[in-house]
Design a protein around this ligand. Structure first.
Ligand code: ZN
Length: 158
């Protein structure tokens, strides 16, 4: 089996059996991101325990790349320190924006390396990054909220 087929298999497997899917309580922040060029959407919640990402839950609809990416992201951030999760985020973003020129680091990205081939297709890069952008957004909100616990967080649906 060549590398491309192996990568496709990993992506397909995450798409069919997404890790951590579904929206759960409790959570400190929620974000909704849309990729209009493909029609992908994700609602994502982050639950922090101090500086640790206790849970990330999400509801993703759209193409196989966007949904598989959310599943891979869950594995890479759940139970990790926010700092460590953001390192994975940066590494994945770098891979996706490298136009196929960046060598993925399996120690950091685990199954995320399967998206190396996607980086060669600019139209699909946004699909792969959607869940990560939602995670970055929600986590930043949750971290900021920790600093102002007395304030009530109310969010209006878009
Ligand atoms: Zn897509």
């Amino acid at each position: 089996m060549d590398v491309d087929s192996l990568y496709q298999e990993i992506i397909l497997d995450h798409y069919k059996h997404p890790h951590g899917a579904g929206l759960r309580d409790p959570f400190e922040a929620e974000s909704h991101h849309v990729n209009p060029t493909c029609g992908d959407e994700i609602t994502l919640r982050v639950h922090l325990d101090g500086s640790r990402v206790r849970d990330v839950s999400y509801d993703a609809v759209g193409c196989s790349i966007s949904q598989a990416s959310a599943s891979v992201m869950f594995d890479l951030v759940e139970g990790k320190d926010v700092e460590e999760a953001f390192t994975a985020l940066e590494s994945f973003t770098e891979l996706m924006q490298g136009r196929g020129q960046v060598e993925p680091d399996e120690d950091v990205l685990e199954d995320g390396i399967a998206f190396a081939g996607v980086a060669q297709f600019p139209a699909r890069v946004k699909c792969a990054l959607l869940a990560w952008m939602a995670f970055k957004d929600a986590t930043s909100q949750a971290v900021a909220a920790q600093g102002e616990t007395s304030q009530n967080q109310t969010q209006e649906a878009p």
